[in-house]
Design a binder for this molecule. Structure first.
Ligand code: 5GP
Length: 193
């Protein structure tokens, strides 16, 4: 077990509806020392990739991405959720359906902060059905930048997102893959990596 899996096993809470709560160290209170370990691991896994920017999505990706960016020595851009449908030509945008809130958000990134010269590592906390990632990938592609890789803290391997994104040919590195969980018993099974 790696340190993230150990922490999930200790502090993760399984909720009905395939939701894993990790508020104790990732989504509310943040264990930045753990984030640094995660950054070091992604640094190894993406060794040799020419990464000059990290992209994440508001809100819970931001803390992880900021600490990981220190390890890579690059800036972080986060896609903002925007209520306005009247986005002018200054932004790239994509629609993203939220797995946890069940609503659809327009997410935007200013054209100033993503250009065709950028080589992007996308970072997020969870991968479930892959909507958030597909939105971020669309935004990178509309800017002409390159997706060099995708780093996810917790992939729920029993949902479709991981398969979908890997089938598109991206290097997707999830630090913990949960293959099963049970709200009644609280048990969590990890995939051997
Ligand atoms: P997807 O777009 O892949 O369906 O879902 C990814 C997004 O939904 C993540 O950015 C994360 O914020 C949220 N999410 C999905 N599943 C979970 C979960 O089990 N627990 C928590 N805390 N967030 C989740």
């Amino acid at each position: 077990m790696n340190c993230l899996e150990e922490r999930i096993a200790k502090d993760g809470i399984v909720r009905e509806g395939n939701v894993l709560k990790v508020d104790n160290f990732l989504n509310h209170q943040m264990d930045v020392e753990l984030f640094r370990e995660m950054g070091l691991e992604w640094k190894k896994r993406f060794e040799g990739k020419n990464i000059n920017k990290i992209l994440t999505i508001e809100a819970s990706g931001i803390g992880i991405a900021a600490v990981v960016a220190l390890e890579f020595g690059v800036p972080v851009v986060f896609a903002k959720k925007s209520k306005s449908i009247n986005i002018d030509g200054e932004f790239y945008s994509a629609e993203v359906e939220s797995f946890t809130h069940k609503n659809v958000n327009n997410v935007i990134v200013s054209k100033k902060y993503l250009t065709e010269e950028d080589h992007v590592l996308i970072i997020d906390d969870f991968l479930a059905n892959g909507c958030a990632l597909q939105g971020l990938i669309r935004i990178v592609q509309s800017s002409g930048a390159t997706v060099e890789g995708i780093g996810i803290a917790i992939e729920k391997g029993f949902q479709i997102g991981g398969k979908l994104i890997r089938n598109l040919g991206f290097q997707l590195e999830s630090l913990a893959i949960v293959d099963g969980m049970d709200a009644a018993t609280g048990s969590i099974q990890f995939r051997e990596q």
